[in-house]
Ligand binder design. Structure first.
Ligand SMILES: [Zn+2]
Length: 271
């Protein structure tokens, strides 16, 4: 029993060190669902066999730990060290969050892709667009995206990455994923337009800049408490909102020709 508990605990540690907490991914996917056009929603429904994006939002965190999908292990983040410019950051040859998002857009816009390839691309995209908006997933390579920055959270030992995956969000609001979406996704159509403007690269760079402000604020060893939760909860809310709206934008440009006619795509695959 004790061993079982321990392995569950280890599993939880492994999973939280991997991405936005589960709820963060659910919120991102649910916000995206709310902003799909009817044509895009129909396409996504058919690709996912009737299951929702929320249903699959966390799938990749699990899958990346299995031999079959071990090749996606590095696709949850992109490391950019201090002083390094986004444009000059070396691409991880095994792939990173940015190349993964682009590759899934490529597959989903390829008429020659099989149904199985498109379904897999959908499941990966839903997840990685979320991770791309977790600031510590655009953190420094030298500290493994904040995993090696020891901090305390209300007196308990933790690290900066894990605090950003879920501790701040869960302390800021005790909401379900639908409540999160209801509270955070209250934007006007004009705000949606401005938040979905840009490209996969400009969004990634923006997250990198959020990460820079996180690194500047949180000192190693500090105890994160009420003040810090209050200070950074709006940033968590904004990153989840951005991720959700941008995921919807990507899918709307891919699957709704009317939407695509009036909106610039976030990434255009080279042909
Ligand atoms: Zn992840």
């Amino acid at each position: 029993m004790k061993r079982q508990f321990l392995s569950l605990f280890m599993l939880a540690v492994a999973l939280t060190a991997f991405s936005w907490g589960q709820k963060g991914h659910d919120v991102t996917a649910f916000i995206a669902e709310r902003h799909l056009t009817p044509a895009a929603k129909a396409a996504v429904d058919s690709l996912l066999g009737g299951k929702s994006m929320v249903y699959w939002a966390n799938w990749l965190d699990n899958a990346s730990h299995t031999p079959e999908y071990a090749y996606t292990k590095t696709w949850h983040y992109k490391n950019i060290d201090e002083g390094e410019r986004y444009e000059e950051a070396k691409a991880n040859p095994a792939g990173d969050a940015v190349t993964a998002v682009k590759a899934q857009i490529e597959t989903l816009s390829n008429p020659g892709a099989t149904a199985a390839q498109s379904e897999l691309a959908m499941k990966i995209l839903v997840h990685v667009v979320g991770d791309m908006h977790q600031p510590m997933h655009m953190g420094h390579a030298t500290d493994l995206g904040g995993n090696r920055v020891k901090v305390r959270f209300f007196g308990r030992d933790n690290n900066l990455h894990s605090v950003w995956d879920s501790s701040i969000a869960e302390s800021g609001h005790r909401w379900s994923y639908t409540e999160w979406a209801d509270q955070v996704d209250r934007v006007t159509p004009e705000e949606v337009e401005s938040l979905t403007d840009g490209s996969v690269d400009s969004w990634a760079k923006e997250t990198m800049n959020v990460a820079a402000s996180v690194y500047a604020f949180f000192r190693p060893g500090e105890n994160i408490s009420y003040n810090e939760v209050a200070r950074w909860t709006p940033t968590v809310e904004m990153q989840l909102l951005r991720g959700g709206l941008r995921l919807a934008h990507i899918l709307n440009t891919l699957f709704d020709s009317d939407y695509a006619a009036t909106h610039a795509p976030a990434y255009v695959p080279a042909r």
